[in-house]
Design a protein. Structure first.
Length: 181
């Protein structure tokens, strides 16, 4: 099964405040997200991390990666510079790129950390799964919410758990409907 998540920000204290994450500190956040990941992800699942795996973490990225189940793929985000320089950590990824095109069942999917208004076969039913904006309701969100088949994989929208395509669709609808009220 393919699963998707963006903007994990393991070890990033400011992400707790920025995203209004329900954690007291980085240790609680890290342990909760590792547990949620491993409850959800089977050993044969492929997890696409759509940028910003860890940021300003006191722990080495390897510490996190060796605890996480499944086959890991990285779509590079703006806060992955330190990760990219860590050879041991990079060995945990089966693929790494700035943008990826994959199949999920019959669905064509483009993965990019940054939201885009057009992507490969966007006019023919393909999906974009992106991150970067977390759960922000700003100008970018205003644009992206009007684009069919564009899904935010931000951790805060998906209960800090990797999600399937079907779950991303549901979670995006639920999250943004709540924010509208």
């Amino acid at each position: 099964m393919n699963l998707y998540i963006a903007d994990l920000h393991f070890g990033h204290r400011n992400a707790i405040t920025f995203d209004h994450r329900p954690f007291a500190d980085c240790d609680e956040m890290d342990m909760a997200m590792i547990k949620l990941w491993n409850v959800r992800v089977a050993p044969d699942d492929h997890v696409y991390i759509i940028g910003d795996f860890a940021h300003r973490a006191e722990r080495d990225e390897v510490w996190y990666l060796k605890k996480l189940c499944g086959h890991k793929h990285l779509v590079i985000g703006n806060h992955d510079g330190k990760l990219l320089q860590n050879e041991k950590a990079m060995a945990y990824f089966e693929s790494v790129d700035k943008m990826m095109g994959i199949k999920d069942g019959e669905e064509q999917i483009v993965l990019c950390h940054y939201p885009m208004v057009e992507w490969y076969k966007s006019r023919h039913g393909s999906w974009l799964i992106y991150g970067h904006i977390h759960g922000n309701k700003d100008e970018t969100w205003q644009i992206m919410r009007g684009i069919d088949h564009a899904l935010n994989a931000g951790a805060c929208i998906n209960n800090y758990t990797p999600a399937s395509l079907k779950e991303l669709i549901r979670n995006n609808q639920t999250y943004y409907m709540k924010r509208e009220l």
